[in-house]
Design a protein. Structure first.
Ligand SMILES: [Zn+2]
Length: 632
């Protein structure tokens, strides 16, 4: 590099260091010049510029018979000097009364109900004071709260309940300002029937619980301000096993040993993540393995990831999901999408970061396979999406934010960051990201602010670099931009050679599959063409035990192949898989595949009738329209 340009870089670097950006605040009582202006969130009724919730203190009792949580939420507010009311988000909550902390009743009104936004709860504030107490109970149908009967659990003896707040469901179990830009600390006292245990996305102050009149009370505290969708609760027959100094697993007693074995690498993953993006700022990192109806792979509730039991393959082959949830401790939980239109800032960053953790722990070849699978998922899903929904930044006005939870946010977002990495060089991009997390820790982030930050701190007027990245094409344009960094997996090239050999007549037993990981199997099944004969499918199943596999990802891929070929020997396993777990990623595509065929629709409805009672509302809500289900 010529000396002059080296000097220019030095000067730029020094200027960058000497002028750190002022850290904006969301405190409405701060001077306007220091305030972070939040974009309007079309998915919240809150008016945070007038009065903003800063802390939620819950005192709740879980009533399994009535399928209700009831008690109080004490909200601490930042009030603008002239604010005389506060607007909260609620949905399906029975509001009994609102008072001051000393019991003086306050006037409140509930507005008209919108199907997914719910109802605004407007409370007239007292002359002075910054706390209000809402007395309420949840509905048995609260969308965030799933009450499981004992036979929906693995143990089969005790009931179970868990919450899932993302995207806008926290308002169905507590009255608060339910917008990801409105960060709140929280604490909770939760009384549960003995001998059940309550766990939350917070520090557990009473691990043993305290005896109460009507059960056992557990107390929790989260001192870091988090977006309300990350407040989470689960209650069940739970055991704990330590995995490392700051890591462990919670699960039903019959599952906890398998979970601890499967997740043994968690501590190494945290070390790898810290090496990349700076300190883990949440204290402990535990994983709660939920009963099989959990609709998602995982949910990154801080300090306590909620995870599907479908990752328990017995051979640690599906732990990239934990790398993903752990990565959210930086992207999502630390720096958070300000609105759901910015969702890619949570998921694209996290998917990229997940891949980097997997590379650090399991090697580059493994990470390239994951990346290659991610690109393929993206291409498949993009083909079905309208162009406007292929932008990273979405227009979700008047829509359910779940509409934006597609592969675009995850896989196109990750491809964007990977492209920046390749264009700028890994070392420089890593330094940029680490600085980004440090500067914006515990803050909401908008797409526009990120693009400004990218220009100011990484691109820095370098037109050639900008041309290799093309940020606007990614964020405001459809499809995968031409500049996207290519993905090459040599391991997958070897898999393709084996698939060709099979198609050319080599017996499955003679294929070179011994060292294959889950990802190689997934790729093998994916590259097999349509139109295989029943004999070919029989031979594959006999050689590799695909119908019997305990690996949920491989089984899922095989079942899709089976449906595509109407391979009926696999259908009992298909039915069993759809009935025994409710992870939407698996359930929805299988029902879609069946519904697309002329012969499969009736079968799909028959299986769904059996499976649906065990599903979470989120999964059922996705499948219902596919099968035209109206309670029949
Ligand atoms: Zn995620």
């Amino acid at each position: 590099m010529p000396v002059r340009s080296l000097l220019a870089v030095l000067v730029l670097t020094l200027t960058g260091c000497a002028q750190p950006q002022p850290v904006a605040t969301t405190d409405v009582t701060a001077p306007a010049s220091e305030r972070l202006v939040l974009p309007e969130d079309v998915h919240s009724y809150a008016r945070p510029a007038e009065a903003r919730v800063t802390d939620v203190a819950l005192d709740l009792t879980a009533d399994f018979a009535a399928k209700q949580l009831h008690g109080t939420a004490t909200l601490t507010l930042d009030r603008a000097p002239d604010a005389d009311e506060v607007v909260l988000d609620t949905r399906d909550l029975a509001i009994e009364q609102v008072t001051t902390p000393d019991g003086t009743p306050l006037t409140f009104t509930l507005g008209a109900a919108d199907p997914f936004l719910g109802q605004p709860l407007t409370v007239t504030l007292p002359e002075t004071g910054d706390r209000i107490v809402v007395h309420y109970r949840t509905s048995p149908e609260a969308a965030a709260v799933q009450w499981l009967s004992p036979d929906q659990t693995t143990g089969g003896t005790h009931p179970f309940v868990f919450t899932q707040g993302q995207a806008i469901l926290t308002r169905t179990w507590m009255p608060t300002q339910d917008s990801p830009g409105i960060r709140q600390t929280y604490s909770a006292e939760v009384t549960v029937p003995t001998p059940l245990t309550a766990v939350m996305s917070a520090e557990m102050l009473t691990p043993e619980g305290e005896p109460a009149e009507d059960g056992t009370t557990y107390r929790f505290r989260m001192d870091e301000a988090i977006p309300p969708y990350l407040i989470a609760l689960a209650i069940g027959d739970l055991d704990f096993r330590e995995v490392g100094p700051r890591t462990g697993v919670w699960a039903e007693p019959s599952v906890v040993e398998a979970a601890a074995y499967e997740l043994a690498d968690m501590e190494a993953m945290i070390d790898a993540a810290e090496g990349l993006y700076g300190p883990y700022r949440w204290g402990r990192y535990d994983v709660l393995v939920l009963p099989p109806s959990f609709p998602f792979g995982g949910m990154e509730n801080p300090r306590l990831t909620f995870a599907t039991p479908t990752i328990l393959a017995g051979d640690r082959s599906l732990v990239s999901l934990i790398a993903h949830e752990l990565a959210h401790s930086w992207s999502g939980n630390l720096v958070t999408n300000a609105t759901w239109a910015d969702f890619w800032l949570n998921e694209g960053f996290t998917s990229y970061f997940e891949n980097r953790i997997m590379e650090a722990v399991y090697g580059a070849e493994y990470a390239r396979m994951l990346e290659s699978l991610s690109r393929r998922d993206l291409a498949a899903e993009m083909a079905d999406l309208p162009e406007a929904d292929q932008h990273l930044f979405l227009d979700l006005d008047g829509r359910d934010p779940d509409d934006g939870m597609t592969a675009i946010a995850y896989d196109k977002g990750a491809a964007f960051l990977r492209t920046i990495e390749v264009a700028a060089g890994r070392e420089r991009f890593d330094a940029f990201l680490r600085d980004y997390f440090d500067r914006h820790a515990f803050q909401p982030m908008t797409t526009e602010r990120f693009l400004d930050h990218l220009d100011a701190e990484l691109i820095r007027g370098d037109a050639a670099l900008r041309a290799r990245i093309q940020p606007e094409a990614w964020v405001y344009g459809p499809g995968l931009p031409d500049v996207a960094a290519p993905v090459v997996s040599e391991a997958f090239a070897r898999v393709e050679a084996q698939a060709e050999a099979f198609l050319a007549g080599t017996a499955p037993e003679s294929l070179e599959t011994d060292a294959w990981t889950t990802h190689e199997w997934l790729h093998f099944l994916e590259v097999l063409p349509d139109g295989l004969s029943a004999e070919q499918l029989d031979a594959l199943d006999a050689a590799f035990g695909l119908t019997e596999t305990g690996n949920s990802e491989v089984l899922f891929a095989w079942l899709r192949t089976a449906i595509a070929h109407r391979y009926e020997p696999a259908f009992p396993a298909l039915r069993d898989f759809l009935v025994r777990q409710g992870r939407r990623k698996f359930v929805l595509p299988l029902f879609q595949d069946l519904a697309r065929t002329d012969w499969g629709r009736a079968l799909a409805r028959e299986i769904y009738r059996e499976a649906r009672p065990g599903y979470h509302a989120i999964t059922a809500g996705s499948v219902d329209p596919v099968l035209g289900w109206e309670g029949g």
